[in-house]
Design a protein around this ligand. Structure first.
Ligand code: ADP
Length: 160
């Protein structure tokens, strides 16, 4: 059994994240979406809210589960059978950061591989931070976040 670990902040989960999770679910026996405990001081949603969003939008994918972790990704990965870290790559900016992370992770645990899935073309420039910004100004988010959480994200933006 091979397990894909998809780590991230997911504040909030976007259609770009969901695209990567769906593709990982086809490639691996099991996918664990691992939500980082600390999303920083600009977080729009609490850890529990972010996990609940992911559970709802992945409910129809039978081999996806959601977890949280406060620590190194490789230490989280060790809890699973044949773990592989799966990260989405959008632009050259992601590339530099992701390669740095991959190097440290490999030094921390040489048995945990990282693989990268190229972002779907239409989501190349989509990020949670852009969604948070758009939500603050009441923009239409329907092309960017899953419909199950659309109203919640819009409402939280209005409340800020
Ligand atoms: P982090 O804080 O670790 O960057 P994010 O929640 O922003 O967490 O992203 C988690 C993962 O999802 C990362 O691998 C990131 O590159 C990937 N990702 C984010 N947005 C997209 C997108 N639009 N398309 C594909 N992958 C994405």
């Amino acid at each position: 059994m091979r397990t894909a670990i998809c780590p991230g902040s997911y504040d909030p989960i976007t259609l770009g994240h969901l695209n990567v999770i769906r593709r990982a679910a086809r490639l691996f026996d099991k996918v664990v979406v691992c939500v980082g405990v600390n999303a920083g001081k600009h977080a729009l949603f609490t850890l529990e809210e972010r996990m609940d969003h992911i559970r709802r939008v992945t409910a129809r994918l039978g081999n996806v589960e959601v977890a949280s972790w406060d620590g190194l990704q490789v230490d989280f990965a060790k809890n699973y059978e044949n773990p592989v870290l799966v990260r989405g790559l959008r632009t050259i900016t992601d590339f530099e950061y992701e390669f740095q992370m991959e190097m440290f992770n490999k030094r921390l645990n040489k048995d945990v591989e990282t693989i990268f899935l190229a972002a779907a073309e239409k989501y190349t420039y989509l990020s949670s931070s852009a969604v948070r910004e758009l939500a603050l100004y009441g923009a239409d988010l329907s092309s960017y976040v899953p419909y199950e959480i659309l109203e919640e994200v819009a409402e939280r933006g209005r409340a800020k």
